[in-house]
Design a protein around this ligand. Structure first.
Ligand SMILES: [Zn+2]
Length: 338
């Protein structure tokens, strides 16, 4: 519910394109660097702060990967007998970084004054510091051994950029949940959030409240293709900056200029000029064109702002509005990720 509240003030979780943008920036900037020391500020968003201090020094950053909406910094094994003895665990490991709503991670010269809300500084072997700042601290950082990582990654769905036609149809068609809920469910697809769900549904001309089971295989394939197309374009444009999102070079993304549905309530549809409407689907604000995306029978959008509520019969999504049966479970498992 926090999400809905902050959506009103335009605080949103970075989705796949934003996280991919940050991961690419970090790959360019810090790959191969060794971590020399760790300095922590506030630690309430870190799984086990002592583990960072104990296990990160001496490790090399071997890869930066995106997994769904978070990043994994792959860390080398620790060499040297004394280090092995003092750390206990010397095998290769990972650092999970989830940006939450306001998290930013980027390298800075070690001598540069700290930005406000800097909570993690990793001193690197080239004199820079990898710094994590997070005003709201809805992000998450965790040191994960191989076993902890395996546990962390269980239950996630397919990567939307890699999912095949057959797998996508298998995960969507036949499900008695609303398509918007299925797109947001990280156990169905990992990495899609509110913005790119609405944009892809608009492009595919599918109403967010339609049931997965009611989509034809052809519609599912159109949706998969436009979703991939939108995500790829958004990555090229370094994501959407509609809140605090900045990439690893401190630059905002530009994809928000290409939004066709998301956040456009009351504005003209780019295809048919009808007014874009909003409804609550799967507990989230959902933007759609009432003409291009015909609604399921009985589903009514929220009244347009400024219009008399009496003129439009107000009705929120009916009970059981498409929240996937395991969505709650997946929410908890993924920490603060939607
Ligand atoms: Zn339209």
């Amino acid at each position: 519910m926090l999400l809905c509240y902050f959506e009103g003030s335009l605080f949103l979780m970075p989705e796949l394109p934003e996280v991919e943008t940050v991961a690419r920036g970090l790959r360019r900037a810090i790959l191969g660097r060794r971590i020399l020391s760790v300095t922590l500020g506030k630690t309430d968003f870190i799984d086990d702060p002592a583990a960072l201090e104990q296990h990160l020094p001496g490790r090399q950053i071997e890869a930066v990967e995106r997994y769904g909406k978070f990043m994994l910094l792959r860390l080398s094994a620790v060499h040297g007998e004394s280090r092995v003895a003092s750390n206990g665990d010397a095998a290769s490991a990972s650092l999970l970084v989830h940006l939450g709503m306001t998290g930013q991670i980027a390298p800075s010269p070690a001598g540069q004054p700290l930005e406000k809300h800097t909570h993690v500084c990793l001193l690197l072997d080239d004199g820079r510091e990898l710094r994590y700042t997070d005003a709201r601290r809805f992000g998450r950082i965790a040191y994960l051994t191989k076993a902890l990582l395996a546990e962390e990654l269980t239950g996630f769905g397919a990567d939307p950029l890699e999912v095949s036609k057959q797998e996508f149809a298998g995960r969507i068609c036949g499900r008695r949940a609303r398509i918007k809920a299925l797109l947001l469910d990280q156990s169905v697809l990992r990495g899609v959030g509110n913005i790119y769900a609405d944009e892809s549904l608009w492009r595919a001309r599918i109403h967010p409240a339609r049931l997965g089971a009611k989509l034809s295989r052809k519609q599912a394939e159109i949706l998969r293709r436009v979703l991939q197309d939108i995500l790829r374009k958004a990555i090229v444009l370094r994501g959407s900056s509609i809140s605090d999102f900045l990439d690893a070079d401190g630059q905002p993304g530009e994809y928000q200029r290409h939004h066709r549905a998301y956040g456009r309530e009351g504005k003209n549809c780019y295809r048919c000029k009808s007014l874009i409407r909003r409804a609550i689907v799967a507990g989230r604000s959902s933007y759609f064109c009432p003409r291009c995306q015909p609604s399921p029978r009985g589903f009514v959008a929220l009244p347009l702002p400024g219009k008399s509520a009496r003129k439009t019969k107000r009705r929120d999504a009916p009970p059981g509005s498409g929240q996937a049966p395991n969505a709650g479970k997946s929410l908890r498992r993924n920490g603060k990720s939607p």
